[in-house]
Structures are given as C-alpha cells and as structure tokens.
Design a binder for this molecule. Structure first.
Ligand code: KIV
Length: 273
C-alpha cells in the first residue's frame, strides 16, 4: 500500500514526505489561500498545500508576487490551516521578509508559525540566503527550498522563461540543492528548469523535489490551484494541465442567476418564508 494511503497516517509530516521519496511514491502538492478551497483539496487527499505568494497574483490581481505582505500571507495561512485535517501546510515567506537579514527572516518565520498554525515555510534561493535558512532551521522551523525560476527575482531575470539552461546556472543549482539538503531543508521546489537537470538533481539528494515545469522525474508536482481548475484563463504555459474550466462554469452560473433575478424567477414560493 502506498505511504499516502496507509490508514495509520493521520497527518502528512515532513518525515512522511521523505518516506514517500524512499518508496518511490510521488508527492501531490497544490496551492491554497482560503478555508473553503483548502477543505476541498484536503478532503480530496492532497499531500501538501502551499500558501503560495502567488496569492499576490491570483487572489489580489497583482502582476508579480512582490507586493504581498507578511500580514496578508498570515491571513491566508490562518484560513487554510482552519480548513485542513490531514495535509502538510507550507507557507511562502514573502519578498522582503527574509532576504539580507537572518534575524528578520527568523522573526517572519516565527510569526507565520505562531499566528497561523502552519507546519513549515518556503524560501526562494540557495547560497545567497544561507544565513536566513540556517537561522530559521536552528529555531526548529521546517524549511522548504525553491530553486530555478524564483518569481520574487523576476526583475533580476527580466522574463518568466525556463531557467538553468546554461551550464553556469545549472551548476549553481546543482550546488544549491546539495546545500539545502545539508543544512536540513525537508524538500525543494524546482520551478521551470530542463527536465534532464530536474532528474539529475532529484537523484542527487534524499529530500523530495517538487516540480512545476520541471518534467516528470521530480519526486512530486505542484500547480497553482487556480490554473489547474481553469479559474485563470490567460496563463497558458506548456507545463500546465487544466483539469476543469471553472472560469466559464462560474460565469455561466452567474449569468443564469442574473437572468432568474431579472425574470422574477428567483426566488420562488418554495424558496421564500
Ligand atoms: O507561490 C507559489 O504558488 C509557488 C508555486 C508556484 C511553487 O511558489
């Protein structure tokens, strides 16, 4: 029986994720930002919910992930935690809350853990944020890394295209993932890198790698839930598989409701007191 389905696993922990990698079972991860969605995804059996700073895009309508604040991330994380019983909840440290100052990084991570009840935090970067990662880990807070395309650095990259195609950047990623493992991170997201590199670095570490645009060989996959459900429409990268078309579904339901109100069809006698 898969680790994921074992009856005695009441909660997915970072140790369960490691066991899943050892047993060759893929990790399924999605984003969530609110209570109601988190409930549905948890009941469906998702392993990990990421309170991603992609909330800045899909919840708040910003162009990048940079504007979202620590207070806003905590609000989203609190809502998600209230909705789940089983999955692991990981929260993104937002831009500006951990880079350059490890004491600030620890204070941000502690606020997230204390005020939301989430189980772990995620930070973008490798060697360059070493002090922040090590200080957070030394306080007993589980850390997930994030390498490859790191959207908080979009103004440095200039574009959202595939990262680490050149040897120099690929070599840095190879070094960074080993460092993240050595420091004690429990997993790492690999975003938009060549599939061959994702395979190679996934095999080079014992911690699970979770890919988004990293091909089929990572130890798990993550997508932004709004993309998977087809709530977003214009975002169509090659790596995205849509499992529903809720944009049109919600629009049609809304049009139907508007028509019923205008036609005095809603509410009926039966729907009245
Ligand atoms: O914020 C986010 O949704 C993420 C995923 C894309 C991994 O970091």
């Amino acid at each position: 029986m898969s680790v994921h389905k074992k009856k005695d696993i009441k909660r997915i922990t970072t140790h369960v994720l490691k066991a899943m990698k050892q047993q060759g079972e893929k990790v399924a991860m999605l984003t969530a930002y609110d209570y109601s969605t988190a409930r549905i995804l948890d009941e469906a059996g998702i392993d990990v919910l990421l309170v991603g700073d992609s909330a800045s895009n899909v919840m708040a309508g910003h162009e990048t992930t940079l504007p979202i604040t620590l207070d806003q991330m905590i609000y989203h994380a609190q809502s998600v935690v209230r909705g789940v019983k089983r999955c692991l909840v990981v929260v993104d440290l937002p831009f500006g809350s951990y880079q350059g100052d490890s004491k600030l990084a620890l204070a941000s991570a502690i606020r997230i853990m204390k005020e939301s009840g989430a189980h772990a935090v995620k930070l973008e970067g490798g060697e360059e944020i070493k002090d922040s990662i090590k200080r957070i880990l030394s306080a007993g807070v589980p850390v997930m890394g994030h390498l490859g395309l790191t959207p908080q650095s979009i103004y440095k990259f200039g574009t959202y295209t595939v990262r680490a195609k050149e040897e120099e950047e690929a070599d840095k990623l190879r070094r960074d993932i080993k460092l993240l493992e050595k420091w004690g991170c429990f997993g790492v997201v690999l975003e938009k890198i060549p599939s061959t590199l994702a395979k190679e670095v996934s095999e080079s570490v014992d911690i699970p790698t979770i890919g988004i645009g990293g091909g089929p060989h990572t130890d798990g996959q993550v997508l932004v839930t709004h993309d998977l459900l087809g709530i977003t429409k214009e975002f169509n990268p090659r790596f995205l598989r849509r499992y529903a078309n809720l944009f049109d579904g919600i629009k049609e339901a809304t049009e139907h409701y508007i028509q019923d109100v205008k036609d005095r069809d809603f509410p009926s006698e039966k729907e009245s007191y």
